[in-house]
Design a protein around this ligand. Structure first.
Ligand SMILES: [Zn+2]
Length: 433
């Protein structure tokens, strides 16, 4: 492979899709919530359980069935996505492809750091190509089947190529740094590796809102003066230095309603997607309260610590497993010990195994923060009805009423039932309208 040709291809990919103006937010015809009026809200029972039921009853059976099918399909996709890493390892190790790639990278890069970074770029590209059939099914075909995708194949695929360009750069940096740590630190590389992972996470959090996200969507200050005033008032009340609240044109990709707090340190910002902006002001205020909760509760820093610990456990698992695998397979696949970047496919497959098994832990770390942000939001926005209405809309892509075990294993956000019940409990206890 010629590096210059590769770089040109990536640059070309980046220019295929240019942001286009969006006139109206998208709507999914397969997703219905029975609308209600002020009289319905006034008659809503005080009791949290009864009020939760009244909200859930507004989801027609066909909508619930569709939502369940979509979300439960995601359980299987977890497995298929994991198995793709095994296939990637199998393909790259067969015929010593990975070892030959390392030798090529050695000739081009010369220095260890550059050799490993070049190998990392190759690895990200190979993983993209091998995983492409599943990506097309999961993120294009399936999203269209369930009525949520708003893009045709060309623009969608263009964005995948942009994503590949981003992942090539990040993987090159990450693999270069990781193997430098493995070479220098010897047996203790897992500790240094954790440091590299945390540094990389901070780098991505810093670069995300400024460099990466604008490749996919247009971000601009919220324009509706009523929404902007409400958002800034809530930010100010809690001492959050959000000098502006942003909106972005998610409807060019999807009908999903969402919002987020992105970035770290000074780059942190609250961002609402344009599908959400069609909602009522109480709903938007409730969502803003939730997002500000993430910020005020320092969730990004806590997540870095928690995931740092999980990564450390993952690296220890890799160290333990790699020793055994290397001893058996090194010669056959042309690998030269743990510090050899040609062993990255094995490293990645073992790491993927760890994270596949750690799915409930990963989901629980996030889900606990989401529950905290919900409760923070009730206290700040004081819009339990707005919050419940917004949670109902999220049923478009998340099963509303799972079993507790299912929620523990598979849910990275609490279910609609759990969240509405939390809102209704707040309402009941506080005597709120
Ligand atoms: Zn959240």
């Amino acid at each position: 492979m010629d590096l210059k040709k590769f770089a040109t291809a990536v640059l070309l990919a980046l220019t295929i899709v240019s942001p286009r103006a969006v006139t109206a937010a998208a709507q999914n015809p397969q997703f219905q919530v029975i609308p209600v009026d002020d009289a319905w809200r006034a008659a809503l029972p005080r009791d949290a359980d009864a009020a939760t039921k009244a909200y859930l009853d507004r989801l027609p059976p066909a909508t619930v069935a569709r939502s369940n099918a979509y979300f439960e399909g995601g359980y299987w996709l977890l497995l298929w996505n994991y198995l793709v890493w095994i296939v990637i390892a199998a393909i790259l190790l067969t015929g010593q492809r990975s070892a030959r790639m390392r030798d090529w990278a050695q000739r081009v890069g010369r220095v260890g750091l550059f050799r490993d970074a070049i190998y990392g770029a190759f690895f990200a590209t190979a993983a993209f190509v091998i995983g492409l059939p599943l990506t097309i099914y999961e993120e294009f075909v399936r999203e269209h089947q369930y009525g949520m995708a708003t893009q045709t194949f060309g623009p969608w695929f263009g964005e995948q190529l942009i994503g590949l360009g981003v992942s090539v750069v990040i993987t090159a940096i990450g693999v270069g740094m990781l193997y430098a740590a493995i070479r220098r630190a010897g047996e203790n590389w897992w500790l240094w590796g954790t440091g590299v992972a945390v540094a990389l996470a901070i780098l991505v959090l810093l670069a995300g809102p400024v460099w990466i996200d604008p490749l996919f969507n247009t971000y601009k200050p919220v324009q509706d003066p009523q929404i902007k005033a409400a958002a800034l008032a809530m930010a100010k009340a809690d001492g959050v230095p959000v000098d502006n609240v942003y909106q972005f044109d998610a409807s060019r990709q999807t009908t999903r309603v969402s919002a987020n707090v992105s970035g770290i340190f000074g780059s942190a910002a609250v961002r609402l997607n344009d599908n959400l902006l069609r909602a009522s002001l109480p709903e938007i205020r409730a969502v803003m309260g939730h997002e500000l909760g993430h910020y005020v509760l320092n969730h990004v820093y806590k997540a870095i610590l928690e995931f740092g610990a999980l990564f450390m456990a993952g690296f220890l698992f890799v160290q333990w497993a790699m020793k055994r695998l290397q001893a058996r397979f090194s010669e056959r696949f042309g690998l030269r010990g743990v510090a050899d970047v040609a062993g990255l496919p094995v490293f990645a497959a073992v790491f993927a195994t760890f994270f596949f098994l750690a799915t409930p832990i990963k989901n629980t770390i996030i889900r606990v923060q989401e529950i905290e942000a919900d409760r923070f939001g009730f206290n700040l926005a004081r819009e339990p009805l707005g919050a419940a209405e917004a949670y109902l809309k999220v049923t478009e892509y998340r099963k509303p009423n799972p079993s507790p075990m299912e929620e523990f294993v598979f849910f990275d956000h609490p279910s609609t039932r759990f969240r509405i019940h939390d809102a209704m409990r707040w309402r009941e206890a506080m005597g709120s309208p």
